[in-house]
Design a protein around this ligand. Structure first.
Ligand code: ADP
Ligand code: MG
Ligand code: MG
Length: 321
C-alpha cells in the first residue's frame, strides 16, 4: 500500500484573516514566499489604509485617471464586468455604502435613508472608466470609491496557486479565510480528495453542517453570519445589495461556490446571494464549472449540481435537497 504523505502546515495572519498553507514537503522558505506574495497583493488592493493602488484611484475620484499595475487593472476590469451582468448583486463601486454602514468595523449603525440614497448615487459601475492602453482607472464622480473586498481574496488565492505551480508544487492547499484553493489531492495516493468543512451558521468555528470533498478546485464560502451587527432586534450583515443600499435580505445564511478559479468563487457567491436559491440554480444550470451549495435559514442545504465535488451531510438538523 502506498505510504500516506505527511502534511506540513504553515500559518500567518494577513488581510485581517488567519491564513493556512498546507504542503507535502517541509519548506519554510516556500511558505515565506507565499506569505510575502499575499502581502504584496494586499498592499496593492486594500482600501483600509493608504497608500495602495486602489486607494490612489479612490483619492482621484472626479479628478483624474490613475495608471495602475497591469495585474490590478485586469482585476478591476474583471470586477467591472461582473458588476455589469444583468441584475448583478456584485458591485466593485460599492465603497461609499460600505464606508457608511461600517459593518465589521467599530461604529457600525443603520445610516439614515437619505444618506443611503445619496451614497447609492455614487456606486454606478458605468462610472468606472477603464483605459486598456494606459491601464488607467478613472472614477468619474467625486466621492466614488472602489471596494475589492469581495474579490481580492479569490484573486490572491489563484495567484498563490499559480506561484506554487511555477515552483513545481502541484499538491497543497491555501486557505485565506473563506477562500480555500486546493492543488491536486490530499495525499500521494491518487484520488484522495481534500476535505473542506461547511460551517454551521452562528455556531462555533468547528461546528460543521457537512464536508465538501474536492481535488484541485477552489471552495469559497460567503456567509451573512461572518460580519454583522444587531440594531433594534434586527441583524445587519456585510454583503450589501447594490440595488437598495441595504444588506441583502433573503432566505440564505451562506453560499459556497466550487469552481476551478477562486475569483469565480468570489464573484458567484455574491451573484448567488443576489439571486437566491431558485433563480441561482436556474442560472447555474447554464454554467458548467461553477457549482453552488446554498444553506438556507430554514436549514436546507441545496446543491445546484455535483460534478466538481462530493458533499456529506453531518448535521441531522439540516435537510439535503
Ligand atoms: P466575506 O467577507 O464573507 O468573504 P464577501 O467575499 O462577499 O464576504 O466580501 C464582502 C465584502 O465585500 C464586504 O465587506 C465589502 O467590503 C464588500 N461588499 C459588500 N457588498 C458588496 C457587493 N454587493 N458587491 C461587491 N462587494 C461588496
Ligand atoms: Mg470573500
Ligand atoms: Mg463573495
Amino acid at each position: 500500500m502506498p505510504q500516506e504523505a505527511h502534511v506540513y502546515s504553515y500559518s500567518a495572519v494577513l488581510m485581517g484573516s488567519p491564513i493556512l498553507l498546507k504542503l507535502f514537503q517541509h519548506n519554510e522558505h516556500l511558505a515565506h514566499q507565499v506569505f510575502r506574495l499575499i502581502k504584496h497583493y494586499e498592499n496593492l488592493l486594500t482600501v483600509n489604509r493608504s497608500p495602495s493602488e486602489v486607494m490612489n484611484i479612490n483619492h482621484a475620484a472626479g479628478l483624474h485617471p490613475v495608471v495602475v499595475n497591469p495585474a490590478v487593472y485586469q482585476l478591476i476590469k474583471c470586477a467591472k464586468a461582473a458588476s455589469l451582468l444583468p441584475n448583478s448583486a456584485f458591485n466593485l463601486a460599492i465603497g461609499p455604502l460600505v464606508k457608511c454602514w461600517k459593518i465589521g468595523f467599530q461604529g457600525s449603525s443603520v445610516p439614515p435613508a437619505g444618506e443611503i440614497s445619496a451614497r447609492l448615487a455614487l456606486t454606478s459601475p458605468h462610472q468606472v472608466i477603464l483605459d486598456d492602453e494606459q491601464h488607467s482607472v478613472f472614477l468619474a464622480q467625486a466621492g466614488m470609491e472602489l471596494d475589492l473586498g469581495a474579490i481580492a481574496k479569490g484573486y490572491i488565492a489563484d495567484r498563490v496557486r499559480d506561484f506554487l505551480h511555477s515552483q513545481q508544487v502541484f499538491q497543497g492547499l491555501i486557505n485565506l479565510g473563506g477562500n480555500v484553493q486546493t492543488l491536486g489531492g490530499a495525499s500521494q495516493v491518487s484520488g484522495t480528495p481534500w476535505s473542506v468543512g461547511l460551517k454551521k451558521p452562528f455556531a462555533g468555528p468547528d461546528d460543521l453542517i457537512g464536508v465538501i470533498e474536492v481535488e484541485g478546485k477552489s471552495v469559497v464560502t460567503s456567509g451573512t453570519y461572518e460580519r454583522w451587527f444587531e440594531f433594534a432586534g434586527k441583524r445587519y450583515h456585510h454583503i450589501l445589495d447594490p440595488r437598495t443600499g441595504y444588506p441583502l435580505d433573503n432566505e440564505l445564511h451562506s453560499v459556497t461556490i466550487v469552481s476551478q478559479d477562486s475569483i469565480d468563487g468570489d464573484i458567484w457567491t455574491t451573484l448567488m446571494y443576489g439571486m437566491g436559491v431558485d433563480q441561482g440554480c436556474a442560472c447555474l444550470a447554464n454554467k458548467p464549472g461553477i457549482e453552488a451549495i446554498f444553506v438556507t435559514k430554514d436549514c436546507r442545504v441545496v446543491l445546484s449540481s455535483q460534478q466538481l465535488f462530493t458533499f456529506t451531510l453531518q448535521d441531522s438538523s439540516y435537510q439535503l435537497v
